[in-house]
Design a protein around this ligand. Structure first.
Ligand SMILES: Cc1ncc(COP(=O)(O)O)c(C=O)c1O
Length: 357
């Protein structure tokens, strides 16, 4: 039986992607070779890399609009450092909006390289909301935002209007909803939620933004160098790039981001209506800021935890535990999670309530 996989990341992938990825490991394109034992310079892999980069821009509707896409290693945590290396001028200033652990980490990492100011924060209420009416100074080299707060389950619905370049960590909601992506000057995401599996990051950057700092940047940190080398400056994470390619192709065939968004909204509506209805549970994220990707919730009576956890396991529900720093539960409902999994979880929650009342 396939488990209902609510893991926050690495997370569920479409069955077709798992099937094709495993076939490629055994016999890539009927070549008699495994995908993970050929050179990354082999034309068949170069084609995958180029198609993956094109597909990322196509899905975001940014093709031919002055942006480049890259697939690099190091996890989103490395991008925290790479973004600052490429955008923060020596003696310049970067602004960060602190909406959770990852946003806070991004801010801390950038501060190793220069002047970083916290423009707004929701730390005062344990990151349960998204700050509103944020005033953005216009002397920033860039403003950094984390669009979806994976751990606490909040999400920006609107983005602050600003003239300064906008850099966004979309690790946990990329490809999940239609936005005007032209508003962003730099988007990055670790792949292990909506864009494939761990081991690779997608970076989409406006070309004209680069090479504007007077900082000397080590090559491995330099987006311009990676663009010049077409994401092959050093050995790419071949398997992870292939899984990203397959995942994006799956999304395109599904109908692109618009189709994913419809499915995601339906799943989130069902999930949150059960959290609000069920007398045993409660959610903590501000209702207007609730994440469509990660629904966080708690048991009112924590002594019921073991019983609920055991029931979930018995019913084939995996990965529902909240982040170790936040506690409670978190239902991650990424693009590949089918509606039937949310229906199952809702049924289990209803059954748990009915048995106890
Ligand atoms: C929004 C966000 N940013 C950054 C990260 C860190 O990613 P990584 O572990 O790939 O460095 C995560 C991980 O879950 C995340 O959810």
């Amino acid at each position: 039986m396939k488990m209902h996989n609510f893991s926050a990341g690495p997370s569920i992938l479409p069955p077709e992607v798992l099937q094709k990825a495993s076939e490629a490991v055994l016999n890539f394109n009927n070549s008699g070779l495994s995908l993970i034992e050929i050179s990354h310079r082999d034309p068949s892999f170069v084609e995958i890399m180029n198609s993956a980069r094109d597909l990322a821009l196509e899905l975001l509707n940014l093709q031919g609009k002055g942006y480049s896409a890259l697939f690099l290693q190091g996890g989103a945590s490395l991008e925290f450092v790479r973004v600052a290396n490429n955008l923060l001028k020596v003696n310049g200033k970067a602004g960060y909006i602190n909406t959770g652990t990852w946003a806070n980490n991004a801010q801390n990492e950038a501060s190793f390289l220069g002047n970083v100011v916290e423009i707004a924060s929701s730390k005062d209420k344990n990151y349960t909301y998204i700050p509103k009416d944020i005033i953005i100074p216009n002397d920033l080299d860039y403003l950094h935002i984390t669009s979806n707060n994976t751990i606490y389950g909040t999400q920006f619905k609107d983005f602050p209007e600003t003239n300064v370049p906008l850099a966004c960590d979309m690790s946990s909601d990329i490809f999940s909803r239609n936005l005007d992506f032209l508003k962003f000057d730099l988007i990055y995401a670790c792949a292990q939620k909506n864009a494939g599996t761990s081991g690779v990051n997608l970076i989409v950057v406006k070309n004209e933004l680069l090479d504007k700092t007077n900082r000397s940047i080590p090559n491995i940190m330099n987006y311009k160098k990676h663009i010049e080398r077409e994401s092959m400056y050093n050995t790419p994470s071949v398997f992870s790039v292939y899984v990203s390619y397959l995942t994006m192709k799956w999304l395109k065939d599904l109908g692109g981001i618009a189709a994913a968004e419809r499915r995601n909204n339906a799943k989130a509506n069902l999930m949150y209506s059960e959290i609000d209805r069920n007398s045993l549970f409660y959610g903590t994220a501000a209702v207007e800021d609730r994440s469509v990707m990660n629904a966080t919730f708690f048991l009112k009576d924590e002594s019921m935890t073991t019983a609920f956890d055991e029931l979930c396991l018995q019913e084939g529900i995996y990965g529902l535990k909240g982040h170790r720093t936040a506690g409670g539960y978190r239902a991650s409902m990424y693009n590949a999670l089918p509606m039937t999994s949310v229906q199952k979880l809702v049924k289990v929650m209803q059954g748990f309530e009915a048995d106890l009342l």
